[in-house]
Ligand binder design. Structure first.
Ligand code: NAD
Length: 352
């Protein structure tokens, strides 16, 4: 049953980590290491069942293979999940025991923060293994990735504007930004600096107030964000916001934002394409976070990070080219770019 699952997704290795003394139950999934060590975060979540945890880690680790490949990194895809409640089940022993399991893989898997995990937890993991990113800046960590993710999203937007309108005049277009958290607010700032008309929404009223007062955005209601007459819809909150209900309401000609898993399903991705809306694939646009932590592996440098973010422009351009070349929606073209890169680079052999 489990091996069937691994066959479906094509995983290389799945490690079940157990330490009764500290209450650790974790799964590390290494999906693909053709391009390099598998990089991907550790998520802590009170999964209802072990099967649910396994499904999640298999799905997420595969996603990291595609994300890292499209980002142009020499890294494969992996992910870990710790079964537990982040509010009540955290301890030094738990994270150190987890760190020992990461260490035991000898660098095939490099971990990072994900949902339910913070920099303090990573400090404990770091005591047991060097194969960890997202540690505190005093240990060479890269710090909050959000400004980089926002800057990377801007690169994705420039490529999208160019594709759709043949120019990159950000300030000539209007935007609906949904979610003003770490990334969203930074993105609004970048848009307003370029003179754009920006509508915003968030469930957190203070964040909306900041976007309005500090950056001059215009607030709209939580549901109204789908109806505003704008050129670009930018999901920067939750996943699944492009769905059967919202898509018919969107007037935007481009969807480009930082949120993960924006399309509710592939059929919606096809429908987006049919309606002539250009979808900038989320995992290519929001790769700034993973690019940033990838630089920790051989010594973090802010300048290199900013240069790397600019490659998102070219990655998106390439995806749009593949979409046209193969006559497929852009979400599919992004996967093809990843698969082609893994295949080509995987075959490269340096002459001795
Ligand atoms: P965040 O938690 O700081 O911000 C999310 C914001 O969305 C919050 O302000 C929240 O109030 C708001 N929100 C939640 N539900 C909403 C709703 N229904 N309508 C409007 N607003 C709503 O998260 P973040 O770090 O800014 O990340 C935003 C998205 O980008 C997430 O999907 C995340 O997975 C993705 N992402 C972030 C990074 C990064 O570097 N932080 C990297 C890659 C992807």
């Amino acid at each position: 049953m489990i091996f069937e699952h691994l066959d479906t997704y094509g995983h290389e290795q799945v490690v079940f980590c157990h330490n009764k003394d500290v209450g650790l139950k974790a799964i590390i999934a290494i999906h693909n290491t053709v391009l390099g060590p598998a990089l991907g975060g550790t998520r802590m979540w009170p999964y209802a069942s072990e099967q649910e945890a396994l499904n999640d880690v298999l799905r997420l680790s595969r996603g990291m293979t595609y994300k890292n490949a499209v980002a142009g990194l020499n890294l494969g895809g992996g992910k870990a999940v710790i079964i537990g409640d982040p509010a009540t089940d955290k301890s030094e022993g738990l994270f150190r025991a987890f760190g020992q399991f990461v260490e035991s893989l000898g660098g095939r898997y490099i971990t990072a923060e994900d949902v339910g995990i913070d920099v303090n937890d990573m400090e404990f993991v770091y005591r047991e293994t060097q194969f960890v990113t997202g540690v505190h800046q005093v240990h060479g960590g890269s710090g909050d990735p959000s400004p980089f993710t926002a800057y990377g999203t801007m690169q994705g937007l420039l490529a999208s504007l160019n594709r759709k309108f043949g120019n990159e005049d950000v300030g000539n277009y209007s935007y609906a930004v949904q979610g003003l958290g770490h990334v969203g607010i930074e993105f609004v700032k970048l848009l307003k600096e370029r003179g754009a008309k920006v509508y915003v929404t968030d469930i957190n009223k203070d964040r909306v107030a900041r976007a309005v007062d500090e950056f001059g955005a215009e607030a709209v209601g939580l549901d109204e964000i789908y109806d505003v007459d704008v050129d670009v819809y930018s999901p920067c909150a939750l996943g699944g916001t492009v769905n059967e209900k919202t898509l018919p309401r969107l007037k935007a000609k481009i969807i480009c934002g930082a949120a993960n898993n924006q399309l509710a399903n592939n059929a919606i991705g096809d429908e987006v394409e049919k309606r002539g809306i250009l979808y900038a694939p989320d995992y290519a646009v929001n790769a700034g976070g993973v690019m940033n932590i990838s630089l920790e592996i051989d010594g973090y440098n802010r300048e290199r990070a900013m240069r790397m973010m600019r490659t998102i422009y070219h990655n998106l351009t390439r995806i749009f080219e593949i979409s046209e070349r193969d006559g497929v929606p852009t979400y599919m073209a992004a996967d093809r770019l990843a698969e082609e890169r893994i295949e080509t680079i995987g075959k490269l052999k340096l002459p001795l």
